[in-house]
Design a protein around this ligand. Structure first.
Ligand code: FEO
Ligand code: CA
Ligand code: CA
Length: 624
């Protein structure tokens, strides 16, 4: 078994936080489980003034499947009566001229340019007329797998870099349901790979700003490519949103003594990259030569899934940070509201509100070009508000600067430092939204990279939090455009078989549904919340009995949570969408075997491959 640093670990190695802070003592504050529950108002318990619905004990269940036990099998485990099979795997061709995946070479640059990318994450399904198109992010590559055929297991040649750049980005392809179930339609007109080299437009307040100008693009209006697209989103007008997350790790410096430009440290951009070594063949990634290139990534990218000739649009108005996903809803009077997490320890939860209103059937092309950004402030007693990020509130010189240095803007207004905000999902049946706060070992121990304290309390009630939680909020008056909201924790993950204090978790966590590190979350059309995990899979110590990463279904009215799926070894479950008839669920299985312990999905001695799997009920019924 091999062990490799995660994105977070790379970040901390390259930009260490101060070791101790004035509030360090809080880390040692040991909350009893009872005190913890009182403090967090878990799922509405005892929180005093929150407007949220309490858990209803003994309510009849809306979940119609038998719970799956935790396990550490190198396969997908589902409830009785359900089946699965891969729809598309890393290296499967999207065009008939594309070769099948070659396990000996693990693909080449030219082959990968015709094949599904690696490490699929967020995805969405789009339908038009009789066509069904799946759009999926290909977040990153694991060097030890991608380059497993190289003796060094590292990128060695220019073709190695070409392959990785093609394996990143967004894959778009038509799928069709036939006698063999859902399959890729090779050569369909929509099929397209958007990669780290695809030309894009920079739009919104930061377009043309001096910080975005480069030698190749002196106007600061056009960038090349997108990478490390984590979560996704969709707009009411039928476009896809790909969210650039750990974009920083791809840059490095040929001058190791380079004095870093202002703002780089906050985003983890430094002289040492994370081993992708794209600067070997593409000097855009050398910050000594092109110091503004990192300012051109870290955005939300809007893509038209039905027009393969369209230019992806980077929406700088939605801010620059380590975007997880982009959950789009409408305010009561028709403005577009986008909720977004910034996945790093002690960073913030954001909201964008468009300047113009959405009109069904109207011209929506520029709705995400202009609007106001806000960062969330969580107050005690279940109250919260959105703090606008404006030149006046932040003291920053311009809207453009706020859209480029968004983290600094949120720090300036005193937003609440969160435990790694990952996905946001909005309930389709009522005005409320949920955000996974995946974990934060630094909570109460170290500040964020900007030096903001990360005290224990509010929606982040546990020091050195290894398990994570899900916070939810309801906007005042049921209007996502409102400035104020009420919040509580829907669930605090934990292990009641190991701990009897706060780390046992909230009351809706038991020995049979426990998990750690909630990450990707989605509502289905019935209003069931699906929770996918990206946590520790040691199945021992703090994580004893939790098994591999998993997917659970939750009834947000009662608080009930039930495990639906267990994934293969060392995978993360991330990304979820449904067929138009809702009878097939598509689930992302990302990076199986990233520590060397999986051969999923083929088994035997096969190279492990990230994939999207189809899941269905054997009797053809509705899932869940
Ligand atoms: Fe790509 Fe925050 O997960
Ligand atoms: Ca994630
Ligand atoms: Ca994660």
């Amino acid at each position: 078994m091999e062990s490799h640093p995660s994105f977070d670990e790379f970040d901390e190695i390259n930009s260490p936080r101060p070791a101790a802070t004035a509030f360090e003592g809080l880390a040692e504050k040991s909350l009893s489980r009872r005190g913890f529950l009182g403090a967090l108002g878990a799922a509405g318990v005892a929180a005093g003034t929150t407007a949220l619905t309490p858990l209803k004990a003994n309510a009849s269940s809306r979940l119609g499947f038998k719970p799956v036990a935790a396990n550490t099998l190198d396969t997908v485990t589902l409830p009785p009566g359900y089946s699965w099979k891969p729809l598309v795997r890393w290296g499967d061709p999207l065009w008939s001229e594309g070769p099948e995946f070659d396990p000996l070479t693990r693909s080449s640059g030219a082959a990968q340019e015709l094949q599904f990318g690696d490490n699929n994450d967020g995805m969405e399904m789009f339908t038009r007329d009789s066509r069904t198109v799946l759009v999926a992010n290909n977040e990153y590559t694991n060097r030890y797998i991608t380059y497993g055929a190289n003796p060094s297991k590292q990128p060695e040649t220019s073709d190695d870099v070409r392959k990785a750049k093609a394996a990143h980005g967004v894959s778009i392809f038509q799928i069709r349901d036939g006698s063999n179930g859902w399959q890729i339609v090779l050569d369909a007109p929509e099929n397209r790979l958007i990669t780290a080299d695809t030309p894009m437009q920079l739009t919104g307040p930061a377009r043309g700003n001096a910080l975005l100008r480069t030698k190749a693009d002196p106007l600061g209006e056009q960038s090349l490519g997108t990478w490390n697209n984590c979560g996704a989103g969709r707009t009411p007008w039928g476009t896809y949103l790909a969210c650039e997350e750990n974009f920083n790790g791809y840059f490095s410096s040929s001058n190791h003594g380079l004095a870093l430009p202002k703002g780089f440290k906050r985003y983890g951009i430094g002289a040492k990259g994370w081993g992708y070594n794209w600067a070997m063949t593409d000097e855009r990634f050398d910050i000594a030569k092109h110091p503004n290139e990192p300012n051109r990534v870290g955005y939300v990218v809007e893509i038209d899934p039905f027009d393969p000739t369209s230019t992806p649009m980077k929406r700088t108005a939605l801010g620059r940070f380590k975007h997880e996903n982009a959950e789009v809803v409408l305010s009561a009077n028709g403005h577009v509201v986008v909720y977004m997490g910034d996945d790093e320890r002690g960073e913030f939860l954001y909201r964008f509100v468009s300047a113009k209103k959405y009109i069904s059937g109207g011209d929506s092309r520029n709705l995400l070009e202009d609007g106001e950004l806000y960062a969330a402030k969580f107050h005690d007693r279940g109250k919260g508000e959105w703090l606008p990020l404006t030149p006046a509130s932040t003291g920053m010189g311009s809207k453009a600067e706020i859209c480029i240095h968004t983290r600094q803007a949120a720090s300036a207004v005193g937003a609440t430092t969160m435990n790694r905000p990952e996905w946001v999902a909005a309930n389709p049946h009522k005005a409320e939204a949920y955000c996974t706060l995946t974990n934060n070992k630094n909570r109460g121990k170290k500040p964020n990279k900007g030096g903001d304290a990360t005290p224990v309390g509010g929606p982040n009630p546990r020091a050195k939090n290894r398990y994570g939680q899900v916070v939810r909020w309801r906007p005042m008056g049921g209007d996502h455009g409102a400035l104020k909201f009420a919040w509580d924790l829907f669930v605090a993950a934990g292990n009641p078989t190991v701990h009897s204090d706060a780390f046992a978790g909230s009351p809706n966590i038991t020995a049979t549904n426990m998990f750690n590190s909630p990450d990707s979350i989605h509502f289905d059309t019935r209003g069931i919340l699906w929770i996918q995990t990206d946590g520790k899979t040691s199945n021992s110590g703090d994580f004893a009995g939790m098994g591999n990463n998993q997917m659970l279904a939750a009834d947000t009215n009662t608080g009930e949570i039930r495990r639906f799926m267990v994934g293969p070894n060392e995978c993360e479950i991330t990304g979820l969408t449904w067929s138009p008839d809702q009878r097939t669920m598509f689930v992302g299985i990302q990076h199986p075997g990233d520590e060397g312990g999986s051969h999923f999905p083929e088994g035997g001695e096969a190279v492990p491959r990230s994939c999207v799997i189809a899941v269905w009920r054997d009797d053809g019924g509705t899932i869940g």
